[in-house]
Design a binder for this molecule. Structure first.
Ligand SMILES: Cc1ncc(COP(=O)(O)O)c(C=O)c1O
Length: 508
């Protein structure tokens, strides 16, 4: 998209728009007959809960609201706009039928406190979803409760604790082993759950180093957390040997399901030997992710671990669905009610519309697309493919911008920023940490061959620009809504302004 240009509105925040008394909708007055029935409505609320003054809300007309958000959307980028190869985030196209189902009033108007007899349809959907996810992951039972992959990891680690406690050796089982190619949430979740995150190196092929694993495994091992295919897009072929080493030491195996899209319908984590598996619903099953979109991170466990799953569990006696709280060994709850329902409903619609064969095909095309990019980008000769270039990748590949850095002073971040000018979202940059100047590229199954070619073409042009006009790349983006940001300031809690209150205070 050579002529890609984002709008640059100098848009005030919504609180600074509008005028006192302006309204987008008029709430109908309470009818007199109802007023009489209710009496003094204010008296219905306990005094302590009543506001002294009305809340400070923006006062805008409907058209002002629509224009405000339309202008903001013109400064944004999304999967609905173009290629979004954000590695390990699986930014696939999210079919609109998913939103239609999740927005259906017969589902959105339910309340989690309703009597379960009146929400049998919703419980049936959630129950079916657990069964489908169990089938896909090769696990025995699923909980839909966690709201993200990271929360699934945390819950998985809590279940490991519960298992070792149940067996009377929690005080000894302190180490959760994690390879150095793992996502940062893995050691964070392990630590939050009270384990010592023991990081081991990858070997020269980019996979888990079996010798290193054997060296650290002991009766202190609580378990191992592994992503397969790993964050380099490589399948851990020694997974059965790895599982045996950990199990023989009395530990459990945790599967980070961020990359499940690559193996849907092909192999199942449960069959590889994993005891606990999380599923990033928002990556694999068609809900927008990235940039902090809503998520769901159900986890599946082996039969032995079922009793530790959070409550309530959704049960079915052949006639009725129910919410079962009677689980004395449960770790409790990690989230209110039953999970992030709107995201789970989207996954249900996505799985129903694709069917088993469709899901398998999605995995196949995602792998085909990634390997097409590997070949085409390698042919450019400008980027390096670390770790066994001959081995096929699964759903994603990690290139290094080291050659450009050496010859032209252009780093991975500069390539990513310049890609924005070509109308492509940046790949995941500087992750995994084991690759210098990493550009982690995941095209997903949603992109046509000509779009993939356009991406390769942009990568080629950037490599040429690096040679003849490096300033152009170093100062990119030029066509985006904002130019080069201060990366530290842009993500530092002290400088980020995340609420109207803070902005107002900073202006005052
Ligand atoms: C490999 C890997 N593991 C775990 C996570 C955490 O998932 P979530 O963002 O849903 O918390 C991510 C997120 O991108 C990831 O890439």
């Amino acid at each position: 998209m050579a002529n890609f240009r984002q709008a640059r509105w100098n848009e005030p925040i919504v609180f600074e728009l509008g005028h006192t008394g302006q309204r987008g909708c008029v709430v109908p007055a309470i009818e007199n007959s109802i007023k009489q029935q209710l009496g003094n409505v204010h008296a219905l609320l306990p005094g302590k809960m009543r506001r002294r003054s009305p809340p400070e809300l923006p006062e805008l007309s409907e058209v002002e609201v629509v224009r405000h958000f339309t202008r903001l959307s013109q400064m944004n980028y999304s999967v609905d706009l173009g290629l979004y190869p954000l590695g390990s985030c699986t930014m696939k196209y999210n079919p609109k039928i998913n939103d239609a189902l999740a927005g259906s009033p017969s589902l959105t108007e339910l309340h989690p406190y309703q009597d379960e007899k009146t929400v049998q349809g919703m419980l049936e959907i959630l129950y079916n979803l657990t069964k489908w996810l169990a089938e896909i992951t090769g696990t025995s039972e699923i909980t839909l409760q966690p709201a993200a992959g990271a929360q699934g990891e945390f819950l998985g680690a809590l279940i490991m604790r519960a298992y070792h406690k149940f067996n009377g050796n929690l005080s000894k089982r302190t180490d959760l082993i994690i390879p150095d190619s793992a996502h940062g949430t893995n050691p964070a979740s392990a630590t939050m759950a009270g384990f010592h995150a023991l990081v081991i190196p990858s070997d020269e092929t980019g996979c888990l180093d079996i010798d290193a694993l054997e060296t650290v495994v002991s009766d202190r091992t609580a378990g191992l957390m592994l992503t397969n295919p790993n964050t380099l897009g490589l399948f851990e072929e020694n997974i059965e040997e790895i599982a045996a080493i950990v199990h023989n030491a009395g530990g459990l195996l945790y599967y980070d399901g961020a990359n499940l899209n690559a193996i849907l319908g092909k192999v199942r984590p449960g069959d590889m030997g994993f005891d606990i598996v999380h599923i990033n619903i928002h990556k694999t099953f068609g809900t927008p992710h990235g940039g902090g979109g809503p998520g769901a991170g159900p986890i599946g466990v082996s039969e032995e671990l079922e009793k530790f799953l959070p409550i309530p569990r959704i049960g079915f006696d052949g006639e009725n669905y129910c919410l079962d709280y009677d689980k004395p060994h449960s770790v409790g709850k990690v989230r209110g009610f039953y999970g992030n329902i709107a995201v789970l409903l989207r996954a249900y619609a996505y799985m129903l519309s694709l069917g088993a064969e469709g899901l398998k095909e999605a995995a196949e095309v995602s792998v085909l697309n990634a390997n097409y990019l590997v070949k085409k980008i390698e042919e450019l000769g400008a980027y390096e493919l670390p770790y066994d270039a001959k081995r096929p990748r699964k759903h994603e590949c990690v290139f290094s911008a080291k050659p450009l850095q050496k010859d032209n002073g252009i780093r991975a971040i500069d390539v990513s920023k310049r890609l924005l000018d070509y109308g492509v979202h940046a790949p995941t940059t500087y992750f995994p940490l084991i690759v210098e100047e990493a550009l982690m590229i995941e095209p997903t199954e949603s992109f046509e061959k000509d779009e993939l070619d356009r991406f390769v073409d942009a990568m080629r042009k950037i490599a040429e620009e690096a040679k003849v006009n490096s300033e152009l790349v170093l100062k990119a983006p030029h066509n985006a809504a904002v130019t080069r940001l201060d990366e530290v300031k842009a993500s530092h809690p002290r400088t980020m302004v995340l609420s109207w209150k803070t902005l107002k205070e900073s202006r005052e």
